[in-house]
Design a protein around this ligand. Structure first.
Ligand SMILES: [Fe+2]
Ligand SMILES: [Fe+2]
Length: 489
């Protein structure tokens, strides 16, 4: 393209660089993390270390070629690369938190890497960081480390101490970030536990307890931040994100229904483990693409009581998790007992099971899974849960749930009468306006995708007293090339 007309505008250029930095910056941190880890585990001659250092050098070179400078800065819980804040998500969670803690331990607030840096300097820097990270943190450590870099002839890398004030971080942002970390950690812990159970190893239940406590605390503090994250469902790790989502929904729902904090802990653990019996169902059946045979369904439907058995076998629980067992056993029973396992005698499922059943039903129906490639839209799911008694949910619990997530739950993709496409950002606090949430417009009427888009309160009327924007229908965001997760990070 030649001439001024073809050039991107300044705003576009900013967006392009921003996108580049977000990817290249993230890649850089991941290779940096790999280098740190392999240097820690193996001697320098090791192939893995050599490969990691090659990757690190290549990634640094690539960034410097485009950006001419490279600065990695920590601010509060965030990592910035050349002033672009990197997004934390499930696959970079481990590397980001590791780098955060190594930098903190070494008293490093920012690292500057300039053109001319080579593989050797990067290696010395990584090794020095490792040796300082192992020491007690002290205020003089930054100076010492800086001096060591100079002594070793590392002239293209310099470090700075952390900024004194971190108060400029907005409280809301901070909470969002904390919620995201709780979420990512819970998924990691759940994965660890379920995998150990599957392999017949001892599972670390204490970690699960801590993760659930963090979820309860966060829900009690700021419900919206964590509940909003349950929209990040598009991961392959359905089993684990599903358990965490059900846990978050259940705790938030339990709170609405007036449970005490201790009860919420119990409920949270029970919810997280509601499908634990699936760890005894063969993976071929669990992940099967096409319809299950009768025999396979029978095995799938055994997961409630297999869950009870598994919970019996979990060590480190302290007390026997009766509540968890009941929930694992009852969560598919339905209020009229037409579900499974079949009950021989009349019984009334516990309130814990009814809560988990609603959370479970909603999350399962709105997710994309192996045997359900198209998720059903959240509002349809809620309508069905409330309106169809054969689904067997407790209507009081479903109503409380709708009250919690709104008729259009956060993250729902909607088409407006202006032909714009929007994502639900938050429910309208006024119940009489429950059909008019605050949305983020993410695509213009002619289909151009906006990022980050802008917020619009659908309950707001114009000067004539009419609503400028109204939801017409719910749609599948993928049809518009919209990745919901991108707007909630
Ligand atoms: Fe289940
Ligand atoms: Fe489930």
């Amino acid at each position: 393209m030649t001439g001024g007309a073809g050039r991107p505008s300044i705003a576009e250029t900013v967006q392009i660089t921003d996108g580049f930095l977000r990817h290249a910056g993230r890649d850089f941190l991941i290779v940096f993390y790999t280098a740190l880890r392999s240097l820690k585990l193996y001697p320098i001659e090791n192939d893995q270390v050599q490969k990691a250092l090659d990757d690190l050098a290549a990634s640094t070179k690539h960034l410097l070629e485009v950006e001419k400078e490279l600065e990695v800065r920590l601010q509060s819980e965030f990592i910035f690369v050349n002033s672009t804040r990197l997004r934390l998500d499930l696959d970079n969670y481990a590397s980001f938190s590791h780098i955060l803690s190594v930098f903190r331990q070494c008293g490093v607030g920012a690292v500057r890497i300039d053109e001319g840096v080579d593989r050797r300097q990067l290696q010395i820097f990584a090794s020095l960081l490792l040796s300082y990270a192992a020491k007690e943190a002290s205020p003089s450590v930054t100076l010492e480390l800086g001096q060591k870099l100079v002594d070793a002839g590392v002239s293209f890398i310099s470090i700075e101490p952390p900024l004194e004030t971190e108060e400029d971080m907005e409280e809301e942002e901070r909470q969002k970030e904390a919620a995201k970390r709780t979420y990512a950690r819970s998924v990691a812990v759940t994965k660890e536990v379920i995998n150990s159970i599957r392999l017949g190893r001892t599972a670390n239940v204490k970690k699960v307890k801590r993760a659930v406590q963090a979820i309860v605390d966060q829900v009690l503090n700021n419900e919206a931040s964590l509940v909003g994250l349950t929209t990040l469902r598009d991961y392959d790790e359905y089993t684990f994100t599903h358990s965490v989502n059900v846990c978050i929904f259940s705790v938030a729902l339990g709170r609405k229904l007036g449970l005490s904090k201790l009860q919420l802990y119990d409920l949270g653990i029970a919810a997280l483990f509601h499908d634990v019996g699936k760890s005894r169902v063969p993976l071929e059946i669990l992940h099967k693409q096409s319809g299950l045979s009768d025999e396979e369904w029978r095995i799938m439907q055994a997961h409630p009581w297999l869950g009870v058995l598994t919970l019996f076998g979990l060590r480190g629980y302290g007390e026997i998790p009766y509540r968890g067992m009941i929930v694992a056993y009852e969560h598919h029973m339905k209020t009229d007992l037409t579900g499974y396992p079949k009950s021989v005698r009349p019984r009334s499922p516990s309130i814990y099971s009814k809560i988990v059943a609603v959370a479970d039903g909603f999350d399962a129906a709105t997710s994309r899974r192996t045997y359900q490639t198209v998720p059903i839209q959240p509002d349809e799911v809620l309508k069905e849960m409330l309106g169809n008694p054969r689904r067997g949910y407790d209507p009081v619990v479903v109503k409380a749930f709708i009250n919690l997530v709104g008729v259009y739950p956060v993250g729902t993709c909607v088409i407006l009468d202006t032909y714009e496409v929007a994502l639900v950002h938050s429910a309208n606090p006024d119940v009489s306006e429950i059909h008019r949430p605050v949305v983020r417009i993410v695509a213009t009427h002619d289909g151009a995708i906006l990022h980050p888009g802008f917020l619009a309160d659908l309950a707001q009327r114009d000067a004539q007293g009419s609503y400028p924007r109204t939801i017409v229908k719910v749609t599948d965001p993928l049809r518009y090339g919209i990745n919901v997760g991108d707007y909630f990070v």
